[in-house]
Design a protein around this ligand. Structure first.
Ligand SMILES: [Zn+2]
Length: 385
């Protein structure tokens, strides 16, 4: 991943993330005879941005896509990324995994296409994305927590697969729902496999893929909500109520079609969440900026809402941008908040996000363990100094 690009050899170091080494080499071999004098990526750049004219001249049609490859801020060094792993760090184990994965690649890609490119409601696809990437703050992930038991059943460690499939509570909900399922009969070592197998097992049913994924998202969302209600407010879930909520959510998410305008997150202001969960902890005199993002098919909508406790004043800022994943969208919303604060010269601010992994990493002044987010994350870290 390039900052200035000075340390990256254009001809020999594979710097185009979607090409494997062989494809990269053959691309370069095809260009070499034209006798260009460029040596490093810096020759294709102006600062840490792509020199569009030069890139297009050399790469033709591919140029447009290349100029969308993210660049790191200029005060950072070019980074070597192992794309086989989300955190970008090479290991022998991961190299072996990558080799094995090549066999299953087709199937694996399917699921992300289903979620990113179907007519799913953006909020639901973002939630599914978080579950499938195990990006929810379940207890297994929280290093500082000693009690790792599932809060709903107290009989196993809480991780995504347990909470959404193996927990007695989840089983009951699946079994007694609109699409009755014995989830024990659906294999899966992780949530991704479980999802793939569930969709496959229902292929010949009366439900199409959108309905199945929508239903799955509604069940999971409801489980996650009930689990949070129990953990944060001590409210025990009522199965009938949960089933009604799932039914209602399913109805409203089902009417969404990708052709509609994006249903934005602003109709449901983040201030509720802010007031309930965080408000008391916020120091007086600080501006609090709450961030959120919705994401669909590479398009993200970002929102930041600023409130100041004692002044009762508030303001908001929104933006639209491209983002490759929901996580990148969340990060871009945080960056939007920081840049906004910088513009307005607000010096004492506190930025809130509900994206747990991001917060954990940024607090430790690190990038989240997903290399595709490094460029935005570094910008955030620079901005927050
Ligand atoms: Zn459980």
């Amino acid at each position: 991943m390039a900052a200035s690009g000075e340390e990256i050899d254009v001809w020999h170091q594979p710097w185009i993330p979607w090409l494997d080494f062989n494809c990269f080499n053959s691309l370069m071999e095809s260009i070499k005879p034209k006798g260009y004098t460029v040596r490093t990526l810096a020759d294709l750049s102006i600062g840490n941005e792509w020199n569009k004219e030069v890139v297009q001249q050399i790469f033709g049609d591919l140029g447009n896509r290349i100029t969308e490859i993210p660049r790191l801020p200029l005060n950072h060094k070019d980074k070597i990324i192992w794309t086989g792993k989300q955190n970008g760090i090479f290991s022998i184990k991961s190299a072996y995994g990558t080799d094995q994965e090549a066999h299953f690649d087709k199937k694996k890609k399917g699921i992300w296409t289903w979620i990113g490119h179907s007519d799913l409601h953006p909020r639901l696809s973002t939630f599914l994305w978080r579950v499938l990437n195990e990006a929810l703050p379940v207890r297994e992930k929280l290093r500082f927590l000693l009690d790792k038991d599932c809060p709903l059943c107290n009989s196993a460690e809480e991780n995504c697969l347990h909470l959404f499939k193996n927990c007695g509570f989840a089983k009951m909900l699946w079994f007694s729902g609109k699409i009755p399922l014995l989830v024990d009969k659906i294999p899966g070592e992780n949530v991704i496999q479980f999802t793939e197998n569930m969709v496959t097992s229902l292929e010949n049913s009366n439900y199409d893929r959108k309905e199945i994924l929508t239903y799955m998202g509604c069940v999971w969302e409801q489980i996650w909500r009930s689990r949070n209600d129990l953990c944060r407010r001590g409210i025990r879930a009522n199965l009938d109520m949960m089933k009604r909520n799932i039914e209602m959510a399913f109805q409203s998410y089902s009417t969404y079609s990708g052709k509609d305008a994006l249903v934005d997150i602003f109709s449901d202001p983040p201030k509720n969440r802010l007031e309930e969960a965080y408000w008391q902890r916020i120091l007086d005199g600080k501006r609090v900026i709450c961030t959120d993002a919705s994401w669909l098919r590479g398009e993200a909508r970002l929102a930041a809402v600023m409130r100041m406790k004692n002044l009762e004043s508030w303001a908001h800022k929104t933006s639209r941008t491209k983002a490759e994943s929901a996580l990148i969208a969340e990060l871009k919303a945080i960056l939007l908040a920081l840049q906004w604060a910088w513009e307005k010269k607000w010096d004492r601010i506190c930025v809130l996000s509900d994206c747990a992994q991001t917060i954990q990493a940024l607090r430790a002044k690190q990038c989240p363990p997903f290399w595709k987010t490094f460029n935005v994350a570094l910008e955030i870290l620079d901005c927050s100094k």
